[in-house]
Design a protein. Sequence first.
Lengths: 671, 257
Amino acid sequence: MEHFLDFALPGVPYGCTYALVAVCLVLTYQATGVFNFAFGAQAFASAFIFTWLTEYHGWSGWEAFLVSVVVFGPFLGWAFDRLLFRHIPNANSTAKMVCSLALLVGIPSLLPVVFGNQNLDATATIVPFFNPNVVYFTFLGTPVNGIYLSTISVTVVVLVLLTILLRYTTLGLQMRAAVESRRLVQLDGVNANGVVAIAWIVSSFMASLAGVLFAPNFGAFTSEDYVTLTVTAIAAAAWALLRSIPIAAAVAVFIGILTTLLQGYIPTTSFFYAAIIPSLPFLFLVGALVFLPKMRELDASRDPMATIDPPPPPIAATARAPQMDRIIRVLWWVLFAAFCVSMLTWMPDAWATVFNNGLTYSIVLLSITLITGMAGQLSLCQATLAGVGAFTAAQLANHLGLNLLVGGLVGAALAAAVAVVLALLSLRLKGLGLALMTLAAALLFDATFFNETSITGGPEGVSIQAKWLGTRAFFGFDGHAMFLLSLAVLVVAVVLVLLVRKGTVGRNLAAMRGSETATAGLGVNPSWQRIIVFALSGAIAGVGGLLHSLEQQVVSPTDWNADISLVLVVLVVTTSVTTVEGAIQAGIGFFVTEQVLTTVLPARIGASSLTVALFAFGALTYASHPEGVLEYQKRRSTARFERLFFSRGRGSPAGAEELPQAAMSTSNANG
Amino acid sequence: MADAPLLSLRGVCKSFGGVQAVSSVTFDVHAGESVGLVGPNGAGKTTLFNCVCGQLRPEEGEIVFDGVPLDGLPTYKRARLGIGRTYQKVEVFTDMSVQDHLMVAERARRGQGRLWRDLLNLSKPTREETERVDAILELVGIAHLAGTSVNALGLGNCRLVEVARALATEPKILLADEPSSGLDLHETAELAGVLRTVQRERGTAVLLVEHDLAMVAEVVDRTVVMDLGAMLAEGTFDEVMADPAVRAAYLGEMGAV
């Protein structure tokens, strides 16, 4: 115990920055009902700008602090509220989560596009209050430097001010009231939009502050470093049930201290050092989700005025006129035939690879169609399941000589088994709780199995060898085998998803989206339905993962980490998460867009980052158009076309915006 | 009525924090019987329904349905025993058509939710299923709405959809929780007729929670009155309404005089 303080004290600055972001999460959730995953990204953006200004433009710490924290942070919060969340106050929790996930993915992708790729190194000037290189005093023999002092003092001051604001001011009271219903509070004469905007501004300022304080702990930093900040803050906020600011702050500081204590006491060569320490935030998060029953109630619809909202529009395919339907079907078949012929005849190899990537990604994305589109739940670990399938097949081929494609079936079964375990762990969770559980699982896999060289082959991954397949046909587009295989598997996956959607399971899932209580009251076992859909989704993701890795000729952990899981959700949500064509359009659209941007844009602007950013900003429209931007545009153009050529008047099903408003009251009308 | 009760509640208690929502409630409902459960707001009627259906677990007491103790059984297993329910706050499946609502119930009744049947495309509605669903819609009087999405229905029709959906499970008892709430006089009369028909022609027991006492008088054979979580009176509708304690609960002390 003699080194206890030596080990514990370095954890305090980490804990304080975790606490600031955890408090942001609680404050925003309490005031707006939005669980903002993007605070970590906001923190990174402020640290990025701060360092960019001080390192590359010679600004002083105070000037950079004013711009990146005092101006940029609150501006970002104001912009989020004014441009996005203010317009969707009554969207369901899944829609709000998707929007914040889109920001989480979009912001770090946009920064290199705007500022160019930068090697960020947090120097001494990053802390404007205290010099990080100076030891100001010793505490029980432990030196206390400027990083410790600045982080701790700033955190304490901010938390005290925030507590006073929330507990003892009228504004704080109005913030707490606004979360139930902005519209209801406005009926009492309160400017609810202004109150909520202040909550966003305050919390974003704190996130920016945390970002700038966090960076010196690393020196050179990337957006990856802020994942730990985000997840630890989420875990702390979860233990506070997204309600108590003091508990969130205390748990965050505790996690920070526990991390450095374990780092001190566990030998660095030990298995536990590599396995437990990186997993600590995820274990805390899973613990909160499993052991705190109130985490299951987070998604209860709270707006008493939700009943005045119009019903969601139908998807275009169900709303169009029969003549229009026939025309579109014929056009699709013609397009499909032309695509197949092109792929098998004249398509250049570069573009053939793009389309093959798109097809294989589409299979993985179909697994999201099942979970999110049909079951209405958000899974943030679909890339992990794809990785489980791919790595299993690769290792079975590598060590046991099993044909890679046969191993793919075993991998799919294992991915399904992992998905079932996740489903069992989260049987009583839905919405936010389920999203957090799946995110924790993805990060846990990243920190453990995917970080194990014997499984994944390290950062370079495992190269797929032709002998594992018994043929070279799948490599280099030789004989078009890869295209035919991808297409065949995609068709099977599409048929499976369609059959399930049209069958009893699909109908039960649709019913559960409307009212799980009433569905169970009819004799349907909701847990079983969820297990079925998770298993099927895991298997499809596993197969898709293997095929995509086969196309890449390498299985790498960075191809299937938690970040990719978030990107996958953003992709499919942008096109349409409710239709199978949405998954295919997202998969192909992503790679085609990337290829086009790579061709037309200068290399300085990362085409890949810009593609992700474009899709992320597309996903921001999910709350307004949960059917997907593409689906929305299809519905509009179909309606316009029908009005022109089939004389279908406004108010017809295709003119979906004109659907009569429901007068009923449902417990979670938007499901 | 001398045979074993279909639903038997013995000393059922449920509290939330310091509030005793249901306090030692004991009564029976026999097969084919129609029982009204009335009382002022906050009497514990819906909480009692939730205890019977498994959405809440009582802290004390025993609930037996058709000879089977319900302790620990999840909601869906209680439904499969033959307990159907409608909800005080309408619980419909957003985006689904009226016919599909009943199809979910029909499939649940027949225990057909297997994935392999879906994958072999054996889950298309059969003629038998469609006919059964149509018959129930006809009975409830909403056959003309079969293909309509519930998003486009008013509150009254949504309540009828709930009743039809519950009947599609062929329940032995139907727990109807304030089914006339939000309905006009005409719709209430129609709903009362449906419940009476269900009880008389199909032999389904009905346990009706309702504030509209005229409807209760028309539908039920017997009435149980609750107040502040406890049972206040039990008997025919006229008997309980003549009880001074019941009048006091409904109208205050002046009403009892």
